[in-house]
Design a protein around this ligand. Structure first.
Ligand SMILES: C[S@@+](CC[C@H](N)C(=O)[O-])C[C@H]1O[C@@H](n2cnc3c(N)ncnc32)[C@H](O)[C@@H]1O
Length: 459
């Protein structure tokens, strides 16, 4: 579906201020003016969409470097070690495959309009293991590739969730949809009128969107523990086994700043999400509550496996504590089950897990929702095309470095971050690639340093 389709465009809101969105490329907020570009035809409705896209470019470049460094190490092993013929064959195959894998992933991003770039801004902190373009890469194969080789994981997950489903699902939101197989199966099986499938991870969503329009998408799997030489690299054409019903819309959007008005949904689904992404899932329950209309349904499906570096011990809730928290947050749990399910068992790999997976359906009560905190940051920090006003505190600002002084000096009320970056490229020989991220990082610092006292004149 094109982003101008009014069926669903009218349901979207600006993730910063919840203003309406004006059709076009980029989509633009009718209230704060921030623009939201799209990637591969999928709107990027993230509060800092341009920064996020830059991060994806940096990660793509880092992925390419990792592939090249790994390949170089293998080439050295081949050149310097005495190896059994079959070991040599395996390493040679892996070295060739790494190069093709690198090029294929790069081509998928290029097809969506995104090229690699050397990192010029630090990685944003996030969920451990998600700072790479290939995070959840194997899920893409599971969702659209393994089934043809005998895997039952997708079918079993659908069967379990279908047991708690009460179709029709109405207007549905799937949070952390990944490669979208379960999300799209539920959309069709649950006869949802409209489903938004949101995620912040580019590759699975980009590939899912293509597979779901009937395309056959080539992708390589390089299992960590291949079962034999033939499975060191498995080349697949990902394909949707059945057409998805109309009204399924993938979106780049953040679970914590969802671009929807309160009460927008009849159903919210959180598949393999609540234990992994919020640092304390108790603080996420008000978000689900707010997104649902009173009487709406929340369906959760996933294990309770918390990352020790991400979630403190008190927030690593077992199921009884989770269910109590859900009830206390204004839901009634109507049905629940636990299944021990096979997880990520690639037909090509020696690895694979079995997890205790909890699935429940909870109904939102009529009680009030906690209001959403509004972003205090000015729109021009999100969108590098917007003019930057001279805000209070700027005149007395003491620049800690000549670069800061140059940026502050360039703020004249009409220039945007991009225009200031270009001016610095021209006048100070700042490298083109580094200029915009550098200016944006500097602006964020200056804004913070000027403090809340200037808020009246900030926008
Ligand atoms: C364990 S995976 C589950 C993916 C998919 N639901 C599945 O079952 O295969 C968690 C997903 O949450 C996504 N995610 C992480 N942080 C997110 C956020 N802040 N907003 C939306 N999605 C997020 C990840 O990119 C990933 O796709």
């Amino acid at each position: 579906m094109a982003p101008t389709d009014s069926d669903w465009l009218g349901s979207l809101r600006c993730p910063r201020c919840l203003g309406g969105l004006i059709a076009g490329e980029p989509l633009r907020c009718d209230t704060c003016g921030v623009g939201y570009p799209s990637l591969g035809g999928i709107p990027v409705l993230l509060e800092h969409a341009y920064d996020a896209i830059d991060q994806w470019r940096f990660r793509l470049s880092e992925f390419r470097q990792t592939m090249d460094a790994t390949r170089a190490r293998i080439v050295v092993d081949l050149a310097t070690k005495t190896l059994h013929a079959s070991t040599r064959a395996r390493l040679q195959r892996l070295a060739e495959s790494l190069e093709r894998h690198r090029d294929l992933v790069t081509a998928h991003f290029a097809g969506a309009g995104l090229a690699p770039a050397k990192r010029t801004a630090p990685e944003q902190p996030g969920v451990p293991g998600e700072g790479s373009v290939t995070s959840y890469f194997h899920q893409v194969h599971r969702d659209w590739g393994w089934e043809a080789e005998g895997s039952q994981e997708n079918l079993r997950a659908l069967e379990v969730v279908a047991d708690v489903l009460q179709p029709p699902l109405g207007r549905t939101l799937v949070i952390g949809a990944g490669a979208c197989r379960l999300a799209s199966d539920l959309h069709t099986r649950g006869r949802a009128s409209l489903t938004f499938a949101i995620d912040i991870n580019p590759l699975p969503l980009l590939l899912a969107a293509r597979v779901l329009t009937g395309e056959r998408v080539p992708l390589l799997e390089l299992p960590l523990g291949p079962i034999d030489l033939a499975h060191v690299c498995v080349e697949r054409e990902l394909v949707a086994p059945a057409a998805v019903a109309p009204g399924f819309v993938p979106l780049f959007a953040d679970a914590f700043t969802p671009p929807f008005a309160d009460g927008s949904f009849d159903t919210v689904v959180t598949p393999w999400f609540i234990d992994e992404v919020p640092t304390d899932l108790a603080t996420y329950l008000p978000v689900v509550h707010r997104l649902l209309r009173p009487g709406g349904t929340w369906i959760d499906h996933g294990p309770l496996i918390y990352h020790p570096n991400h979630t403190e011990l008190p927030a690593r809730y077992p199921s009884d504590e989770l269910f109590a928290l859900v009830e206390a947050a204004g839901f009634t749990i109507e049905q629940r089950r636990m299944d021990r399910l096979v997880y990520m068992q690639s037909p090509a790999c020696t690895r694979g897990r079995i997890e205790a997976v909890f699935t429940f359906r909870a109904r939102r009560g009529d009680g009030p929702t906690q209001p959403r905190a509004q972003s205090e940051a000015p729109a021009w920090l999100s969108d590098p095309e917007l003019p930057i006003p001279r805000f209070a505190g700027l005149d007395g600002y003491r620049a800690p470095h000549p670069f800061f002084a140059a940026v502050v000096g360039a703020i004249d009320g009409s220039r945007s971050a991009r225009a200031i970056a270009q001016a610095l490229v021209d006048s100070h020989r700042v490298p083109q690639q580094a200029a915009l991220p550098g200016v944006q990082a500097c602006l964020a610092e200056v804004w913070r340093a000027c403090g809340p006292s200037g808020s009246a004149t900030r926008e």
